[in-house]
Design a protein around this ligand. Structure first.
Ligand code: ZN
Ligand code: ZN
Length: 133
């Protein structure tokens, strides 16, 4: 049995943030969103709650290479194979619904090689930032 994590107002608030997230969140984003809901929530509390949710397997760490915050978090139950889009203007990360690399990647490697996995992050401007130009 997993240790019971105390069900605090802070934890409920951060769980809700992850329910509504459209992509992986960095600590500063979680902190900003949580501050709107729970007045006076501290950054240390956000770290502690996020750490607890990682330990219980509810969320997991995602690495977004070259992003402002390259360590982000997303819900484990939505973590089926997918990729991310990073907006270089607002620094938000979005989930992609389809894998653009679904074709047989073995044809791109040297003879005798076998591909087991791949990673892909797309970079650019989200609709919001693109429209503001
Ligand atoms: Zn953006
Ligand atoms: Zn893929």
């Amino acid at each position: 049995m997993k240790p019971q994590v105390r069900n605090t107002k802070q934890k409920t608030c951060i769980q809700k943030i992850f329910q509504e997230a459209i992509g992986p969140l960095g600590i500063s984003e979680i902190y900003a969103l949580a501050s709107k809901d729970v007045k006076g929530i501290g950054l240390a509390t956000v770290y502690r709650v996020v750490g607890g949710l990682v330990d219980s397997g509810e969320i997991k760490k995602v690495n977004i290479p070259n992003a402002v915050e390259d360590v982000r978090y997303e819900r484990s139950d939505t973590a089926l194979h997918h990729h991310h889009f990073f907006c270089t203007k607002c620094n938000k990360t979005f989930d992609l619904t389809k894998c653009p690399m679904a074709s047989d990647l073995n044809k791109f490697v040297l003879p005798g090689f076998k591909v087991d996995a791949h990673e892909l992050t797309l970079y650019g401007l989200c609709a919001n930032c693109h429209g503001k130009k």
